[in-house]
Ligand binder design. Structure first.
Ligand code: HEM
Length: 222
């Protein structure tokens, strides 16, 4: 019997395992902050601190998701198999962040939450980002990718808007724009800006590859 690809390469088993490991490691900050909160070690305002830390991790994972394509294009580092996990981790952290806001910060007072969403623009942007993330999370399966085809690609472009809204929400929520926010804004602008120039860049790359192939094909005939 011919050996399967996984057996013959001897390395393929770690690929799905590494994705699960990413989920586990990615959720560690949430578990750690929860533990710190439960043991009264989150400072003078534990609810705000918990909310903030989860919000920061949400933004980090969303921005990390957007790093996958430029890393592959520009540095040849292929982390494509981790992209879904990074995106879903971003979604989970936004949900945790929202739940802390809803349950611990606002004590489930829905009228205050609705008022906040309507009256405080930074909460409005956060809420829009959360709502937009839901269809992306629901269509993150291989089945959805196969079924939706081109529409899946179109739908998942919403992640650019989500990243912009998340970053804006972060910046507007703070009274002072310090170096930390500047850093996230710069990363977000770079990642979104890259998407604007990417089609031209890829076109050039393809043309270069084609020319190199043609050259390689012509040479032996000389
Ligand atoms: C993609 C969605 C979201 C992202 C990426 C995000 C991220 C963040 C970040 C990074 C912070 C600041 C943390 C800090 O100052 O250290 C923050 C603060 C906050 N977010 Fe979100 N958030 C999102 C959605 C939401 C939603 C849906 C709500 C509630 C409806 C919300 C409510 C808040 C509140 C109340 C704060 C604290 C502001 C303060 O009083 O200092 N966020 N968020």
């Amino acid at each position: 019997m011919a050996p399967t690809k996984a057996k013959s390469s001897g390395v393929a088993w770690w690929r799905p395992a590494s994705v699960w490991a990413l989920y586990a490691v990615g959720l560690l900050p949430a578990v750690w902050y929860f533990y710190l909160g439960a043991t009264n070690n989150l400072g003078v305002d534990p609810v705000k601190t918990f909310e903030h830390l989860l919000g920061i991790w949400a933004l980090r994972f969303i921005l990390l998701t957007l790093c996958v394509t430029p890393l592959r294009d520009l540095a040849g580092i292929n982390l494509m198999r981790y992209r879904r996990a990074l995106g879903l981790l971003g979604f989970y952290y936004v949900v945790f962040h929202f739940l802390v806001y809803l349950v611990l910060d606002q004590q489930m007072n829905l009228s205050v939450v609705v008022e906040d969403v309507i009256k405080r623009p930074f909460i409005t942007f956060g809420m829009i980002a959360l709502v937009l993330l839901i269809p992306l999370a629901l269509t993150s399966s291989n089945w959805a990718i196969r079924t939706l085809k081109q529409n899946w690609i179109r739908l998942h472009r919403l992640v650019y808007l989500i990243a912009a809204l998340g970053t804006l929400h972060f910046a507007m929520g703070r009274k002072v724009i310090g170096p930390e926010i500047m850093f996230y804004i710069a990363v977000c602008v770079l990642l979104l800006g890259y998407r604007l120039i990417r089609p031209k860049l890829m076109e050039r790359k393809r043309a270069r590859k084609k020319a190199a192939r043609m050259q390689a094909g012509v040479k032996p005939a000389r």
